[in-house]
Design a protein around this ligand. Structure first.
Ligand SMILES: Nc1ncnc2c1ncn2[C@@H]1O[C@H](COP(=O)(O)OP(=O)(O)O)[C@@H](O)[C@H]1O
Ligand SMILES: [Mg+2]
Length: 329
């Protein structure tokens, strides 16, 4: 096991009272895995990661990280991990390449090797030509990729990435996913946080879903999706007033659950959605009800989150990335 945590708790005392940021998290990350910590803003992802990376002490609980006990040997943990903070960590006035080399030397990497590896990573992360640039002149996306270089330069076996792709454009995101997969192929273990469902789905071998400081689900993306019963079906109504009549027909179907009527349609879940549709549509037609559309979709990770928490993960996240876009360059 690369990470084994038991009963991690962290509370913060604020003027407004005590914040229970993390409320008893158990988690395991195996060697060579890419594990994603998925949850909405404020769920406790960063706080958990900061505890595991020795940056803040747990209020209670214990963990072994990269073979070292978090409480007894935090220096050992620190030496074996890379950590890329959500907010980044480069100084605005510093020169990008110098930051990377200084960081590597803190970990005992020789200067010549740090320069060579740093420049190679600059190439791999699309930062060519920016080695001598001041950090403050880089775009948000470039700074984010520089943060990642800093987290990788000393070749850690375990890498913590806190929202690594927030603020990156789609192409830079895809590039970073590819890079993270390459790191794993070279033997690294990656623990990352994200509030992007597609990122968790595409990149992670295993996902831990966290909400309100507690893990509410864990498994491979496929296994998590299989826990959600059936396909999602949406019937769009031509006349919204007929919602209750359609809902009544749906209620009669074997296995239909989560039936909800909204302003212009009826949603529900049912096993093998495609197979039940023909007879359902005939019944609706027989009552003279006109539909504008029908959609069937396989369960998504958002459905998983909805099933586990009663809320959609999409509702709880900002529509705009927190960092400036590439265009700021
Ligand atoms: N230093 C702090 N002082 C007070 N409250 C904090 C602090 N850090 C985090 N919190 C609170 O703890 C909760 C979890 O935050 P965080 O771990 O940053 O969530 P996430 O990374 O999932 O968005 C939030 O309610 C946040 O406001
Ligand atoms: Mg966070």
């Amino acid at each position: 096991m690369m990470i084994e945590a038991r009963g991690l708790v962290r509370t913060f005392k604020t003027r407004g009272g005590v914040v229970q940021a993390v409320q008893g998290v158990d988690l395991e990350v195996g060697e060579g895995e890419i594990v994603g910590f998925l949850g909405p803003n404020g769920a406790g992802k960063t706080t958990t990661m900061r505890m595991l990376a020795t940056l803040i002490a747990p209020t209670s609980g214990s963990a072994t990280v990269a073979g070292c006990d978090l409480a007894k040997d935090p220096v050992g943990v620190r030496r074996r991990i890379g950590y890329v903070a959500q907010s980044g960590s480069t100084l605005p006035e510093a020169v990008a390449g110098d930051e990377v080399v200084d960081h590597a030397r803190l970990y005992g990497v020789r200067k010549a090797k740090a320069v060579a590896d740093g420049q190679r990573l600059f190439g791999e992360l699309d930062l060519d030509g920016l080695w001598r640039r001041q950090c403050k002149t880089l775009s948000g996306g470039q700074r984010r990729r520089l943060d990642i270089v800093m987290g990788l330069i000393h070749e850690p076996k375990l890498i913590f990435l806190d929202e690594p792709t927030t603020g990156l454009d789609p192409q830079a995101r895809a590039n970073l996913w590819e890079h993270i997969r390459c790191l794993r192929e070279r033997g690294a273990t990656i623990f990352l946080t994200t509030h992007y469902l597609d990122e968790a789905d595409a990149l992670c071998d295993r996902i831990l879903v966290i909400d309100h400081g507690r893990i509410v689900g864990a498994g491979t993306p496929e296994a998590l999706k299989q826990q959600v019963s059936g396909d999602g079906v949406r019937l769009s109504l031509h006349d919204p007033a007929q919602g209750p009549a359609v809902a009544k027909i749906v209620q009669e179907l074997d296995g239909a659950v989560a039936i909800e009527t909204d302003t212009d349609g009826v949603n529900f879940r049912i096993p093998r959605g495609g197979a039940v549709l023909p007879s359902l549509l005939r019944q609706i037609d027989a009552q003279g009800i006109e539909l504008d559309g029908v959609e069937v979709h396989r369960p998504t990770l958002d459905d998983v989150f909805l099933t586990m928490t009663g809320r959609s993960l999409r509702d709880g996240v900002p529509a705009e990335p927190e960092l400036p876009k590439e265009a700021v360059a």
